[in-house]
Design a protein around this ligand. Structure first.
Ligand SMILES: Nc1ncnc2c1ncn2[C@@H]1O[C@H](COP(=O)(O)OP(=O)(O)OP(=O)(O)O)[C@@H](O)[C@H]1O
Ligand SMILES: [Mg+2]
Length: 259
C-alpha cells in the first residue's frame, strides 16, 4: 500500500471577534492511494476546515499535511463543494473544460475530454447550456464532471450531494460509485449521511463534536461494484446503525452546547 495523504496533529484556530475559535484539534489521518475515505461528524466539527487544509486553501495553525504525488505534471488535488461552484457565464462544456484550460491543455483535446465526461454524467444534450438552465442535480453533475475531467490524483469532496433532494441524491450516489469504481482515485469525501458513507466508502472516519478531532473509524466490508441495492441488505443496516450509535453521542454533545 502506498500512502497518499498523511495529516498529522492538525490544529486550526480561526481568529474571530469573540476570540479565537479552535475549529480542528490534533486531527490525524492517513489515506492510502486509491482509497475512498468518508468523513462523518456533527455540524461545525471542522470537516470543511480539514478538507480546505488538504486542498491548500488554508494553512493549519499547527501540525502538518503531506500529499504524495505520483506524477509531478498531473494535478494533485481538486475540490468539489456542496454549492455547485460553477461559472454562471460559461457553458457546461466550458465549465467542465475549465481545469484543463488552466493547465494549458490544447482546445481540441480539452473539449474532447470534457465532452466525454459530460456524456458520462448524462448531460450530453446540455453541453452548450448555461448553468441557469440546469436543475441543482444537473449543476452538481457539472461540478463532478469537471473534477473527474481534470484527472487529479486526489479528489476532495465536501458534501457534494448535500444540496440535492433525496431522490436526485440517490441517483448521483449511484453515478459517483460507478465513476469512482472505474477510476479508483484517492478520495476524501465529507458527508452528513451515514448511508451515503457506507454505500460509497472503503473506510469511514468519525469526528468528535467541536472542536473536532478523530473519534473512531469503521471499515466497509462490502464487495464492489456496489449499487443502491446494497442499502436493502441487513448487513448494510447493521453497519449504518453501529456508526449512528457512535455519532449520536457527538451530535447530542453539539446540540447541548448550542442550547
Ligand atoms: N473562516 C472562519 N472564521 C472563523 N470561524 C470559522 C471559520 N470557518 C469555520 N469556522 C468555525 O470553525 C468550526 C468548524 O467549521 P467547519 O466549517 O470546518 O465545520 P464543518 O464540520 O464543515 O461543519 P458543517 O457540517 O456544518 O459543514 C465552526 O465552529 C465554525 O463556526
Ligand atoms: Mg462543512
Amino acid at each position: 500500500m502506498t500512502v497518499k495523504i498523511e495529516a498529522k496533529d492538525l490544529t486550526k484556530v480561526y481568529p474571530s471577534r469573540n476570540g479565537p475559535i479552535c475549529a480542528l484539534r490534533d486531527f490525524s489521518l492517513r489515506v492510502e492511494e486509491g482509497e475512498f475515505v468518508c468523513i462523518v461528524g456533527p455540524s461545525g466539527c471542522g470537516k470543511s476546515t480539514f478538507l480546505r487544509i488538504l486542498g491548500g486553501l488554508i494553512t493549519p495553525s499547527s501540525g502538518r499535511v503531506e500529499l504524495f504525488p505520483r506524477d509531478e505534471k498531473a494535478p494533485l488535488q481538486n475540490i468539489v463543494f456542496q454549492e455547485y461552484a460553477i461559472f454562471p457565464w460559461k457553458t457546461v462544456l466550458d465549465n467542465v473544460a475549465f481545469g484543463l484550460e488552466m493547465r494549458g491543455v490544447p482546445r481540441t483535446k480539452r473539449r474532447e475530454t470534457a465532452r466525454d465526461w459530460i456524456r458520462k454524467v448524462g448531460l450530453a444534450k446540455f453541453a452548450d447550456a448555461y448553468p441557469h438552465q440546469l436543475s441543482g442535480g444537473m449543476k452538481q453533475r457539472v461540478s463532478i464532471a469537471r473534477a473527474f475531467a481534470n484527472d487529479p490524483e486526489i479528489l476532495l469532496m465536501d458534501e457534494p450531494l448535500g444540496a440535492l433532494d433525496a431522490q436526485t441524491r440517490v441517483i448521483l450516489q449511484g453515478e459517483l460509485v460507478r465513476l469512482w469504481e472505474a477510476s479508483r482515485k484517492t478520495v476524501v469525501y465529507i458527508t452528513h449521511s451515514i448511508e451515503e458513507s457506507v454505500l460509497l466508502g472503503d473506510r469511514i472516519v468519525l469526528m468528535t463534536a467541536h472542536p473536532g478531532t478523530y473519534k473512531t473509524e469503521f471499515s466497509v466490508p462490502f464487495a464492489r461494484p456496489r449499487s443502491f441495492e446494497l442499502t436493502g441488505a441487513p448487513e448494510f443496516a447493521r453497519l449504518s446503525y453501529a456508526i449512528w450509535q457512535e455519532l449520536e453521542v457527538e451530535v447530542k454533545r453539539t446540540m447541548e452546547k448550542q442550547l
